[in-house]
Design a protein. Structure first.
Length: 275
């Protein structure tokens, strides 16, 4: 683990077998009281990129993981649907002995979080959806640059290219302050091409639109007003279809969970702690 990453005594990395694949799993303070927050990360993004945001949630037990094909986890031989990813996450939670939990889904991970909330309504207590969409044909994609770049993982394979193109994908504050994007992405781990492509296919072939209105969890939705990758109309759609949902729009782009992490942390803490 790189020295400047914000790890602490209660952190643990381990590998758990799920769906025939070894997934790298991160846990923080699981011995603390209350339901843990399960964090599902964005497309091709490993656990390390979440650690700065976790610092804004200091009192909460946390679980996160590298999705199949990402970070240090195994790559599926024949791809994996969003439902397959949900089954793998369910196996991880079962192995950890976690019955009740809250879940946060960021970008691609928002689709996985929605699927888990749908599949496990009695176990998933609260739902947070950040800079994400209802998937597939129910998505409004952002700029042509963002759409073209999201289909291929070149930004992970070439650091200089990634630092150049990333701000134009993410929009908002990343364009005016590209150093924010460089700081955010400096601990990225290159996904496998097969794993990344499988994640893209899973997202494009999935949609929550038929059942969003049946989700029962209180839901907090987070958007960035300048998001050029998954723009605000996506989050407005989610908020309009999920029965018990609230929407908060920050003056930020797709980098909101990093650049505004203190404000986002306060919002999430208030939402998750509310009766």
């Amino acid at each position: 683990m790189t020295q400047d990453l914000p790890t602490r005594a209660g952190d643990e990395f381990r590998f758990i077998k799920a769906g025939g694949h070894r997934l790298r799993v991160f846990t923080r303070d699981l011995d603390k009281a209350g339901p843990p927050l399960v964090i599902c990360n964005g497309l091709g993004q490993a656990i390390e990129m979440l650690l700065p945001m976790m610092e804004a949630l200091p009192e909460r037990p946390i679980i996160s993981f590298d999705a199949a094909g990402v970070g240090r986890s195994d790559t599926p031989d024949h791809g994996a649907s969003m439902q397959d990813h949900a089954l793998m996450l369910r196996a991880v939670l079962d192995e950890l002995g976690v019955d009740r939990f809250d879940i946060l889904g960021i970008s691609w991970g928002g689709a996985l979080a929605q699927q888990i909330a749908h599949d496990l309504p009695d176990r998933c207590r609260k739902l947070v959806l950040a800079i994400t969409s209802a998937g597939g044909i129910a998505s409004w994609w952002g700029s042509p640059v963002a759409l073209a770049e999201i289909m291929f993982p070149w930004r992970y394979f070439n650091k200089a290219y990634g630092n150049f193109i990333g701000p134009f994908m993410y929009g908002g504050e990343a364009i005016l302050h590209p150093e924010l994007f460089r700081a955010y992405s400096r601990h990225a781990i290159r996904p496998t091409y097969e794993g990344y492509s499988a994640q893209v296919k899973a997202m494009c072939s999935w949609s929550s639109l038929p059942w969003l209105h049946r989700l029962t969890q209180p839901t907090q939705i987070i958007a960035g007003a300048g998001d050029m990758l998954i723009p605000v109309p996506n989050q407005i759609l989610l908020a309009s279809l999920i029965p018990d949902a609230k929407l908060k729009i920050f003056p930020a782009g797709h980098l909101v969970m990093y650049s505004r992490r203190e404000e986002v942390g306060q919002l999430m803490t208030g939402f998750l702690n509310a009766a």
